[in-house]
Structure formats: structure tokens, C-alpha cells
Ligand binder design. Structure first.
Ligand code: UD1
Length: 424
């Protein structure tokens, strides 16, 4: 296995271009299943484990893919299978994204049930409820979701989500664009990644209104076409790099961003005492040498994202005062707290909120990452900890950050990747 060894105390300084978004790539790649017309060319796709897993999944279904220089080409003309096997779904929950497009194009899908995850139960009931509304008959047996369009083709419906779900919104969108008639989704997720999916589907010929809002209206089409498309930037990777500059007292400019996708996070950086400047496609953060405790509550977009909650907590260990961190999306997403405390942080859990008392000097040791963003949080802590921090089980990080150690090194961090064995 790989670990990252970080020697703290170096400032993060310089310029970097934002990577492509993981969370928009996944539904966009799944959406290629909607059309067998030709070869898709998708640009700015990050080179990540999850993307490789998704390629494997598409390959299993019969699609042909190639990946070079962050451009993914996909041809789904020869897709024959509608079965997403356990071995791939268990590696990546986002495999559930093939349910909507397979069902819409072939009238049938069989997708293994995803298991739990490191930060609590993550149900898929909303995905299934929505597919049923669109006219799918769903049975669950031997660990598989078996979905069949009862009339051969899905039918438009009114879908009101009781909880905002990025995944369920994306799945319904992909199902509804080929359904007969009109579908309306209320309380839809308005995350930039869903907006990007809508733009992609529109480019394919889909009719979607309300893009970027929480009410989406989709008029189903008979067929869609293949396209060339440029993916959006990864607002979570960008936010993590800004946090790296903020926690080390440095300064960084990230190019290739859309600042409005990061507004809630940028406001918090400013509130915490950092200088933040934006242009149309760049963001610059400069440390003022002082961080003030700043509370956050993670909620659906446009509020502060749950995927930045752990990184924010790392930052707050260095801030003056007590900050309160609440996660309303995933109440149990606090696996990073015991590890941060092992590095010397003083964080208490009180129900679904964490109280971070700062500033605390951190000192390097071995820490274990348990999920993607928790790992990013530990890397940030390592950047400011005294001595060497070893972040074990880096495979979590590799699911969502492209060449993280190279990118941080290019900004001045002292960080290297090493092999190790967990058995001695
Ligand atoms: C996506 C992101 C993930 C992010 C999350 C919230 C991808 C690949 N992953 O995950 O990084 O943390 O959005 O922004 O894009 N829920 C249900 N039933 C369902 C589905 C969800 O109750 O059927 C609940 C979840 O338990 C959670 C909330 O809805 O409390 C939001 O989850 P959701 O937006 O669906 O997360 P994902 O799409 O899985």
C-alpha cells in the first residue's frame, strides 16, 4: 500500500490550474450510456481511481473507452449487458449512476446494491422511488436491484424529493431524458455538478428547463446523440488547495475555476481572516498570518459543502477560538476527529456538531485515513504539524485527488509517496 509522508512547516505558495471535477465526471460518463450513436469525447476528466473503476464498469457493459491526457473517449454503441456487478459497485457507490441510463435506453437494468460506507448509512431509496414513479418495476433479490420499464419505455412523472440528493437527481435526469412525456423534479439538487450534467445532456439533445435551480422540467426525447464536452473544475480539490495555503500561512492562485461555485467556501475563508480575490476564472487566497475561529454548517449547494467539512476542521485547529462544525448532510461524517486529536488537536463531539478549540500546535505521527475527504483533512494537518506525518491508506485519497503529492509539492510542500506494508 501507499502512504504519504509530509514534513510540516513549509508554506504553500504559487499558482496552479484546477483539476477536472470527479463528481461531475461520474454522471457524465454514465450518461454516455444513453446514446449508441457514436464516440463521445470528454475533456478535463481527472485521472483518478474512481474514473478507472467507472471505465471498467462501462467496459463490463460492452462499451469501448480510451483515456489519454485527461480526455476520455467512450463508445457505447455495442453495449449489450445491463448488469453492474458487485465487484465494481462495492468499489464505488457512484456505480448506481448506470441505473437511470440503462433503464431509459434498454428498458432494463440490474445493479448490485452498494454497501455501507465509512461515514454512516447511505441509502438509495430515493433513486428507487424515483425510478418507480417513472414506471419501473423494481425488485430486490440476492443483493441486486432489478429494474424493468413496465411499458418497455419509462414515462414522465412528477417527482418531489423529500431530501436533496445529488445522486438521485442525477439518476432521474438521465432516466427522464429518454422517457415518454414530461418529468418535473422538485427539491432537486442544484450542485454545480448536476448543472454540468444538465449541460451535457442538453448538448446531447435533451430538453431540460430550470438548469441550476431546484425545479427541473425534462421533456423526454426518442433518442440522443454523442457529443464532445468539456468538464467543469473540481471545486472540492480547489477548496482543499486554498485550505493548504491558509493553514500554512501561504498564498495561492488557482486558475480555471468558476468562483461562483465556491462562494460559500470563499466567504468562510474571508471570515476566518484570509484575503480572497477572484476574477472570472481564478481565485487567489493570501494568508494574513492570523486565523479566527469560524463556524460552518454543511448543507446542500449553495451552502458550505459536506465534502469540504473535514478540510475546514483541519484549518480550524489553527484558528484562534472555538469553532462549531455541523454536518447536516452526513451527520456521522466525523471519522477524522480522532485522528486529528492524535496529531494534537482539541476537538470535542457534541451530538452532530464538533467543537474545535484552537489554535493547537500539531505534531506529526502516523494517522490512518478512512475515507476520501478525511484523508485530505489529515494531509492538511500534516502540512502544519511539527515533524513528519505519515498518512496511511492513501488509496482513499487517490479516489478523488489527481497526483495530490505532486501538485502540493509544486506549491512548496514537502511531501512524498512511499510503499509500506500493514503487516510489519
Ligand atoms: C454526492 C457526492 C458526495 C457528496 C454528496 C453530498 C458524488 C459521486 N458524490 O454523493 O461526494 O458528499 O453528494 O453533497 O457526486 N439520501 C437518502 N436516500 C437516497 C440518497 C441519498 O436518504 O436515496 C441521503 C443521504 O444519506 C444524505 C443525503 O441524502 O444524507 C445527500 O446524499 P446524496 O446527495 O445523494 O449523496 P451522493 O449523491 O451519494
Amino acid at each position: 500500500m501507499d502512504k504519504l509522508v509530509i514534513t510540516g512547516g513549509k508554506r504553500i505558495e504559487g499558482e496552479i490550474t484546477a483539476a477536472g471535477s470527479k463528481n461531475s465526471s461520474l454522471p457524465i460518463i454514465a450518461a454516455t450510456l444513453l446514446s449508441g450513436s457514436g464516440t463521445f469525447r470528454l475533456h478535463r476528466i481527472p485521472d483518478l481511481k474512481d474514473i478507472a473503476t467507472f471505465r471498467q464498469l462501462l467496459g463490463h457493459l460492452g462499451a469501448e473507452t480510451a483515456f489519454e491526457d485527461n480526455t476520455l473517449t467512450v463508445s457505447t454503441a455495442r453495449v449489450e449487458s445491463v448488469l453492474a456487478p458487485y465487484e465494481l459497485v462495492k468499489k464505488m457507490r457512484a456505480s448506481i449512476y448506470v441505473l437511470g441510463p440503462l433503464l431509459a435506453r434498454f428498458g432494463h437494468a440490474r445493479v448490485s446494491l452498494p454497501g455501507g460506507c465509512a461515514f454512516g448509512p447511505r441509502p438509495i431509496d430515493l433513486h428507487l422511488m424515483a425510478m418507480e414513479k417513472l414506471g419501473a418495476k423494481i425488485t430486490i433479490e440476492t443483493g441486486f436491484i432489478d429494474a424493468v420499464a413496465e411499458h418497455g419505455r419509462l414515462r414522465g412523472a412528477e417527482i418531489d424529493f423529500p431530501v436533496t440528493s445529488v445522486g438521485a437527481t442525477g439518476n432521474v435526469l438521465m432516466a427522464a431524458v429518454l422517457a415518454e412525456g414530461t418529468t418535473t423534479i422538485t427539491n432537486a439538487a442544484a450542485e454545480p455538478e448536476i448543472e454540468a450534467l444538465c449541460q451535457f445532456l442538453r448538448a446531447m439533445g435533451a430538453e431540460i428547463e430550470g438548469v441550476g435551480t431546484t425545479t427541473l422540467t425534462i421533456r423526454g426525447r426518442e433518442s440522443l446523440r454523442h457529443v464532445e464536452f468539456e468538464n467543469i473544475f473540481d471545486r472540492i480539490e480547489a477548496g482543499t488547495i486554498l485550505a493548504a495555503a491558509a493553514i500554512t500561512g501561504g498564498s495561492v492562485t488557482i486558475r480555471g475555476v468558476i468562483a461562483s461555485h465556491m462562494e460559500a467556501v470563499l466567504r468562510k475563508f474571508a471570515e476566518a481572516g484570509c484575503r480572497v480575490d477572484t476574477t472570472e476564472d481564478s481565485v487567489t487566497l493570501q494568508s494574513t498570518g492570523r486565523l479566527t475561529a469560524t463556524s460552518i454548517a454543511a448543507e446542500p449547494f449553495p451552502a458550505f459543502p459536506t465534502d469540504m467539512q473535514a478540510q475546514w476542521m483541519a484549518l480550524m485547529t489553527q484558528a484562534e477560538g472555538t469553532s462549531e462544525i455541523t454536518d447536516h448532510v452526513y451527520h456521522e461524517r466525523f471519522n477524522h476527529i480522532p485522528e486529528l486529536n492524535r496529531l494534537g488537536a482539541h476537538i470535542e463531539i457534541d451530538g452532530n456538531r464538533a467543537l474545535v478549540h484552537g489554535p493547537q500546535a500539531l505534531s506529526g505521527t502516523k494517522v490512518m485515513s478512512t475515507d476520501l475527504r478525511a484523508s485530505a483533512c489529515l494531509v492538511l494537518a500534516g502540512l502544519v504539524a511539527d515533524g513528519a506525518t505519515e498518512v496511511l491508506r492513501v488509496y482513499h485519497l487517490d479516489r478523488g485527488y489527481e497526483r495530490i503529492e505532486e501538485r502540493l509539492r509544486s506549491l512548496g510542500a514537502k511531501i512524498r509517496r512511499e510503499k509500506y506494508s500493514e503487516f510489519g
